[in-house]
Design a protein. Structure first.
Length: 688
């Protein structure tokens, strides 16, 4: 049926206008009054009358099917029956479409039928079409280049879909060591698109239905030809190659593998005796620490074997996928440094007297010695002077204002330490209060790290200087001069004056540290480098310096720097009863087992644990911090606690104003809090 909506000043006029448009009489149509309309007041604000006229289409349908029947009768048996079927389909579609498109309910709407786009604007509505991916719409054979189409009149619209095709992509890569051959493949595909019928609507979206077909075109011959070009000769994984040929998903396959070299083992020192001092921090049933039973000191007798030196075990070479030998990583023997009280016999280290065995390891350097013990029964003051001892030191009296105690072993102080300086390579144990003092345990470790840092700065400057020197040596001006005959010293002095002005200051600073730390350095190599640096770059005496000697010096400096950053076995720690207005440094743990810490800077290379209260100060624990209570009410002193990003802070009670820092993230407590367990999560401080 065919339907239109007509408007007029009144119902009669609206019906007549509709009949004129349909070219029909009142008997041919069905009339539906939508709105009676109104005249308004004095002709103002009136509304037109609206009617819908529907004309029956029986005759049009009958004529179409009569044409189909006539076409069937006119066809002969010998003619192509597909033409008849096509004619029937087209005519039927025209009839159906005619039925679908003739209703007044389609006014202002668009739809898709049998792959064709239709639309009918109304007096108040233009249909809107959204064109989706892979779809093209042509208006009167002109491509619409917008994503949105507005149907404004009677035009011919054609819909076309865009199919896609991607060929198979693949590549073969060999790693740097030529141990692994990787085949990365992304199978090809075809995407076939089509548009389904869409019901009439004021807004329709042309979304293409996609049918994706994966097509992996990689062949075995392709893979083997590529492997042959790369000279891959062994270690093939045929099963992985076949999987790559059959895969329908993006994937990477290891299709050949060489033989890795088997690592050897560096030389090592096997300790046969107990060398670790045992400390008891658990206390008795009342929680008190018994200093008389605080530690158990190991000892060896004369002639006892302390340890064995094992030689390095070389590794076994491997083979690359190109059938070339792959050498194993070089292994190194230990560097054994024998101190007082021990001797080497074949591969054994033997005690030649009784005492406490001391073994210190840093990388491949092993230092073995027997530490004697100094017992100082009185106070350490101006009457006794400072104490410097290569072993353990035990002081029964006070260590008083301005005095210093230095040791290679442990320092045990039975009484108060006031405004004093204690330095040792081992541990420090203070049974009474520490006030206004500086305690450093693991001095050797501190020095090595500091010296390594200084040498790193020197290495950077010297490396840049060598680059400039080599550039000058390659120039014609340098070759024609007499600098080659007199060595590089004049050129070095000129470069230090003009381009590397800070270099001499770095050398002087390194030399000063060496001079003040002579007794704590177990290796003479640090001193030898200082002597060479001063002779080459600071001495006014003539020295014949060649490029080879500078390269050798640069290599030595780099070796010492790398050694300085090698982890050392921790054997240093600090244990104090309480501490005030002091500075504590340890390369290992620090324990405050009494009342606590007040306005003290503490740096622990291991765990920092305070059983009492920490008020004020700067506290750091490389392996974490554990404190019973931090801060005080109405206190203006801020307590700052920090740990690395991978560590945690645990506090039983924290007061307002305390600041914690984990990694680079800070947090300030604005109110008191209990049972704090802080850690870093997603670049922010979180609490358990």
């Amino acid at each position: 049926m065919k339907s239109i909506v007509s408007k007029g000043r009144n119902v009669k006029e609206a019906i007549q206008l509709g009949l004129d448009l349909l070219k029909a009489t009142v008997d041919d149509v069905h009339v539906e009054i939508i709105d009676q309309g109104s005249k308004g007041f004095l002709g103002i604000g009136g509304k037109p009358a609206t009617v819908r006229l529907t004309k029956e289409q029986e005759h049009a349908q009958k004529d179409a099917f009569d044409q189909i029947e006539k076409a069937l009768l006119e066809q002969t048996v010998d003619e192509n029956t597909e033409k008849v079927a096509a004619f029937i389909k087209d005519q039927t579609a025209e009839v159906v479409t005619s039925q679908w498109t003739e209703g007044s309910q389609l006014e202002g709407k668009a739809w898709v039928k049998n792959g064709k786009l239709y639309g009918r604007p109304s007096a108040t509505q233009f249909p809107i079409i959204t064109i989706g991916k892979g779809v093209q719409v042509y208006k009167n054979d002109i491509l619409i280049d917008k994503e949105t189409l507005l149907i404004t009149g009677s035009h011919e619209y054609t819909i076309r879909t865009i199919n896609e095709e991607q060929s198979t992509r693949w590549s073969i890569e060999v790693d740097d060591q030529r141990l692994r051959v990787l085949l990365a493949i992304t199978p090809g595909y075809r995407i076939e698109r089509s548009i389904h019928d869409i019901e009439p609507s004021e807004h329709i979206e042309l979304v293409a239905a996609e049918h994706r077909v994966v097509d992996n075109t990689l062949t075995y011959a392709d893979v083997m030809d590529r492997l042959d070009n790369l000279r891959i000769k062994q270690g093939f994984h045929q099963d992985a190659i076949l999987q790559a040929l059959d895969t329908l998903e993006e994937h990477t396959f290891e299709i050949a593998t060489g033989q890795k070299p088997k690592p050897g083992k560096d030389g090592w020192f096997e300790v046969l005796v107990d060398v670790d001092i045992k400390y008891n921090y658990d206390g008795n049933e009342k929680g008190r620490i018994d200093f008389k039973e605080l530690k158990t000191i190991p000892s060896v007798d004369r002639g006892q074997i302390i340890g064995l030196v094992h030689p390095p075990v070389p590794g076994q070479p491997g083979t690359t996928v190109t059938n070339e030998p792959l050498p194993a990583k070089q292994t190194y023997p230990i560097v054994l440094n024998l101190g007082d009280g021990v001797e080497g016999v074949d591969n054994k280290v033997v005690a030649i007297k009784s005492g406490r065995p001391h073994v210190e390891k840093r990388g491949q350097l092993v230092r073995v010695s027997l530490l004697p013990k100094l017992l100082h029964r009185g106070n350490v003051d101006l009457s006794t002077g400072n104490i410097h001892f290569s072993g353990d030191v035990e002081v029964l009296g006070e260590i008083q204002n301005g005095m210093k105690v230095e040791a290679d072993g442990d320092i045990l102080a039975h009484s108060t330490i006031f405004s004093a300086h204690l330095v040792t390579s081992g541990a420090i144990i203070a049974k009474k209060n520490v006030v206004g003092s500086e305690l450093s345990a693991g001095k050797n470790n501190m020095l090595i790290v500091e010296l390594g840092h200084q040498l790193h700065l020197i290495h950077q400057q010297l490396d840049k200087m060598l680059v400039v020197i080599k550039q000058l040596m390659a120039s014609n001006a340098f070759k024609s001069s007499d600098l080659q005959a007199n060595g590089l010293q004049p050129l070095i002095r000129l470069l230090m004056e003009r381009k590397f002005k800070s270099f001499s200051g770095l050398i002087k600073k390194y030399s000063d540290v060496i001079h003040g730390a002579d007794k704590f350095l177990e290796s003479d190599e640090w001193k030898e480098v200082a002597v060479t640096l001063n002779r080459f770059f600071l001495s006014l005496a003539p020295n014949r310096i060649s490029l080879a000697t500078l390269d050798e010096l640069l290599l030595k400096i780099n070796q010492l720097y790398e050694w300085s950053i090698t982890p050392v076995e921790p054997n240093a720690h600090i244990t104090v009863l309480s501490v005030q207005n002091s500075r504590l440094y340890s390369s290992g743990d620090i324990y405050v087992i009494g009342s606590g810490s007040v306005n003290t800077k503490i740096h622990a290379g291991g765990l920092l644990k305070i059983n009492g209260i920490a008020r004020g100060g700067d506290l750091y624990g490389k392996s974490g911090v554990e404190i019973h209570e931090v801060g005080a009410e109405n206190s203006h002193a801020t307590t700052f606690i920090s740990v690395p990003a991978d560590q945690r802070i645990r506090i039983d009670k924290v007061m307002e104003g305390t600041v914690i820092k984990i990694g680079h993230v800070k947090y300030r407590f604005d109110t008191p809090r209990h049972a704090v367990h802080a850690y870093l999560k997603d670049d922010d401080i979180a609490f358990v």
